[in-house]
Design a protein around this ligand. Structure first.
Ligand SMILES: Nc1ncnc2c1ncn2[C@@H]1O[C@H](COP(=O)(O)OP(=O)(O)OP(=O)(O)O)[C@@H](O)[C@H]1O
Length: 580
C-alpha cells in the first residue's frame, strides 16, 4: 500500500517537474519573441510565433522583465559567485565546422521550405507538446546528420561541438530557436576593412627599432611572395598557409569565414518600418554602406596629422566617452571637413574614426546618393539621415563631397540635383538643431568647389597637408620595417629626399624600392621557358642604395605644386593650417 503511495507521489512529482519544464520553455519563447519584437525583428517574431505557437497576443513578458535584464543579472550573479564573467557565447572555429555549416545550409533551408515543417504541435494540443519537442530535437539531429553528410565529413570526424554548432545554426536559420541578426549586407565598393597583407619577413636590422606603427598593414603593401612560396627576408612563406586575416567585407560566405571577424562584426538593428516598400529599398541601399567590420586603422597608423587627429577625437570620441561635458555651448561638432591634396590620409583618418569610435559608420560616396532616377537622390539623402538617427550614435562619412555638393551657381544644373543639395543642407541644419548623436565627416581634394552654404555647415575645416619630414620618416620606417636594407640607408635621409611627396606617394615609392630585390629573385626563379630553376636561392636580397636611387628617380611627387593652393584656401576658410 505504502509503495503504491510512493509510486503515486513519485509520478506526481515527475508530472510537476515536467509541467515546470514546459512552462520554462514556453516562457523562454515568449521572452525571445518579446525581445525580437522590441528590437524590430518583426519577420523573425512572426516566424517564431508561427512555429512555436507562442503568441504575444495571448502571453507577454511580465513588467520589468526582459531577456537583456535576465542575462545581465545572470552575469552579475555569476561574477559574484565565481569572481569572473560567465562565457555565454563562444566562437566557432575550425574548417570542419564552417565547411559543414556552409555546405549544409542552402540545401537544408530549401528542404525545410518544401516540407513546411512546423516543429511544435498546434494550439490546444498541450499534451502532445512534449512529444513534439522530442520530434523537434530529433528533427534537428537529423538535420545535423545531413549537414555532416552534405559536407562530406565522416560522422566520427565531426566534433560534437561542431555538431551542436550546426544544430544551433540550423535552428537559428529556421527560426525555431536562437536568433541571427539580419543577413549582413553584401560587399560594397570601399566600405570594408582594407586588405592587410602582412609582410612575413623578419625586420631588417636598419628598421629594427621601428618606433612608429604607420599603416603598412592598411596599404596592402604585402610583399610576402604572393603565393610563390618564397623566403622573404628570412621567413619561408608557403602559399597554402597564407591566411588573409582581413577578408573583404561581405566575403564571409566565400572562401571561409574568419570566426574572429564574424564575432566582431557589428550587429545592426533591422531596418525600421518605413511604411512603404520604395523607402525600404532606398534604406537597404544606404544600409549597405555601413561598416560592419572594423576597418582596423588606429590613430597610430596615421603618420603626423596631429591637429586633425586631435580635432577628430574632440568631435567624435570624447563626446561618447564623456557626454557629461558636451552640452549647451559645448555640444559636439556636427560637421567636419577634411581637405587637402590627394593621398594625404583623409580617408585613412576617417577609417581611424570608424575604428576608434564605436559609432555606426556610414561610408557614403557620391555613387550611393546620386541616382539616375529623378527625385531618388533627394529621398536617399533624407533616408540616410533618418537611418543615421535610427542607428545613432552615427558618423556619416562623405568622401569626395565636392561631387555631391559643388556650388549651385551652375546654370546648366538639373533641378533634381539642386533639390538633392537643398535636402542635404536641410538635413545638416536639422542635425545642428537637435541633440541627435549624428556627426558628418566630409573629405575633399577640391574645397574651393564646395557650395558655400555647405561649407558653413561643416563647422570645422581641417587641412590635411602633405606630410612633413618627421611624418615621412615614420612612414618609411614602418613601410620598410619588414624588408632588409643595405647598411648605410638611413630613414632620415630617405625622408629628406622625399620633400613634397604625399603619404600615398611615399607608400608607392617604398613599394617600388621593395619590389626591386623581389624582381631580381623572380628573374632567377624560372628560365625564359617558364621552367623552375633548381639552383635558384629562394631568398630575397636586401634593398640596395641603387634600388633606392632608381625607385626615387622613377617616382614623382604627385601633389607638390598644389600645396600652395591649399595653404591659400586654408588661410581664408580653414581651421588651422598647422595640422602636419
Ligand atoms: N598620414 C599618413 N600616414 C600613413 N599612411 C598614409 C598617410 N597618408 C597617406 N597614406 C598612405 O596613402 C594611402 C592613401 O591615403 P588616403 O586614401 O587616406 O588619401 P586621401 O587623402 O583620402 O586621398 P584622396 O583625396 O585621393 O581620396 C593610404 O592607404 C596610406 O597607405
Amino acid at each position: 500500500m505504502s509503495s503504491l503511495t510512493a509510486i503515486r507521489t513519485e509520478s506526481k512529482a515527475r508530472d510537476l517537474e515536467e509541467k515546470k519544464n514546459q512552462e520554462r520553455k514556453r516562457n523562454v519563447l515568449v521572452l525571445i519573441a518579446r525581445y525580437l519584437q522590441d528590437q524590430g525583428y518583426f519577420d523573425s517574431t512572426e516566424r517564431l510565433q508561427d512555429e512555436s505557437n507562442v503568441s504575444l497576443q495571448r502571453l507577454d513578458a511580465a513588467d520589468n522583465v526582459d531577456l537583456l535584464n535576465i542575462v545581465q543579472e545572470y552575469e552579475e550573479h555569476y561574477d559574484m559567485k565565481f569572481g569572473k564573467k560567465p562565457k555565454l557565447v563562444r566562437k566557432l572555429g575550425g574548417e570542419i565546422e564552417s565547411a559543414a555549416i556552409q555546405a549544409a545550409l542552402p540545401g537544408l533551408k530549401a528542404n525545410s521550405k518544401t516540407r513546411g515543417v512546423r516543429p511544435v504541435a498546434s494550439a490546444g494540443s498541450g499534451g502532445s507538446r512534449a512529444a513534439s519537442d522530442d520530434e523537434n530535437s530529433s528533427h534537428n539531429a537529423e538535420k545535423a546528420a545531413r549537414a555532416r553528410r552534405m559536407a562530406g565529413v565522416p560522422g566520427a570526424a565531426m566534433k560534437s561541438s561542431a555538431l551542436s554548432a550546426v544544430q544551433r545554426r540550423l535552428g537559428a536559420r529556421d527560426g525555431s530557436s536562437g536568433m541571427l541578426p539580419p543577413p549582413a549586407p553584401s560587399s560594397t565598393g570601399d566600405s570594408g576593412r582594407p586588405s592587410s597583407g602582412k609582410g612575413k619577413s623578419k625586420p631588417s636590422s636598419a628598421g629594427g627599432d621601428n618606433g612608429s606603427d604607420v599603416g603598412a598593414k592598411e596599404d596592402g603593401l604585402s610583399l610576402d611572395g604572393g603565393g610563390l612560396g618564397l623566403d622573404i627576408g628570412g621567413t619561408k612563406v608557403e602559399p597554402s598557409k597564407r591566411s588573409d586575416k582581413n577578408p573583404k567585407p561581405g566575403g564571409s560566405g566565400e572562401g571561409g569565414e574568419d570566426p574572429d571577424d564574424f564575432f566582431e562584426r557589428r550587429v545592426l538593428k533591422p531596418l525600421p518600418d518605413f511604411g512603404c516598400s520604395e523607402t525600404r529599398e532606398l534604406a537597404a541601399t544606404i544600409q549597405r554602406d555601413i561598416y560592419l567590420e572594423n576597418p582596423n586603422v588606429r590613430w597610430g597608423h596615421v603618420a603626423g596629422l596631429d591637429t586633425a587627429k586631435k580635432l577628430l577625437k574632440e568631435a567624435v570620441v570624447m563626446p561618447h566617452k564623456y557626454p557629461q561635458f558636451f552640452h549647451g555651448l559645448l555640444t559636439p561638432w556636427k560637421g567636419i571637413l577634411l581637405y587637402g591634396p590627394p593621398g594625404t590620409g583623409k580617408t585613412m583618418l576617417a577609417r581611424a574614426v570608424a575604428t576608434e569610435c564605436k559609432t555606426t559608420f556610414f561610408n557614403i560616396s557620391a555613387s550611393t546618393i546620386v541616382s539616375k532616377w529623378r527625385g531618388d537622390s533627394e529621398k536617399l539623402v533624407r533616408v540616410l539621415f533618418d537611418l543615421a538617427r535610427y542607428h545613432a550614435p552615427s558618423t556619416i562619412f562623405m568622401d569626395e563631397i565636392d561631387a555631391l555638393m559643388s556650388s549651385r551657381d551652375g546654370a546648366g544644373e538639373h533641378e533634381a540635383s539642386r533639390r538633392m543639395k537643398t535636402e542635404l543642407l536641410v538635413q545638416m541644419d536639422g542635425l545642428a538643431k537637435t541633440d541627435d548623436l549624428v556627426f558628418v565627416l566630409a573629405a575633399t581634394n577640391l574645397p574651393w568647389e564646395l557650395d558655400m552654404a555647405m561649407l558653413r555647415r561643416l563647422e570645422k575645416r581641417i587641412l590635411v597637408p602633405l606630410p612633413n619630414e618627421v611624418a615621412r620618416e615614420a612612414m618609411h620606417r614602418s613601410l620598410l620595417a619588414p624588408h632588409c636594407l643595405d647598411e648605410g640607408i638611413g630613414f632620415k635621409e630617405l625622408a629628406q629626399q622625399t620633400e613634397g611627396y604625399s603619404g600615398s606617394d611615399v607608400m608607392l615609392l617604398c613599394k617600388e624600392m621593395a619590389m626591386r630585390p623581389l624582381r631580381r629573385l623572380l628573374a632567377q626563379v624560372e628560365d625564359d621557358a617558364g621552367q623552375p630553376n633548381p639552383h635558384a636561392v629562394m631568398e630575397i636580397g636586401p634593398i640596395t642604395a641603387a634600388d633606392v636611387q632608381l625607385a626615387q628617380a622613377s617616382s614623382k611627387p604627385s601633389a607638390r605644386l598644389l600645396a600652395e593652393k591649399y595653404e591659400k584656401w586654408s588661410a581664408e576658410y580653414g581651421e588651422d593650417g598647422a595640422s602636419r
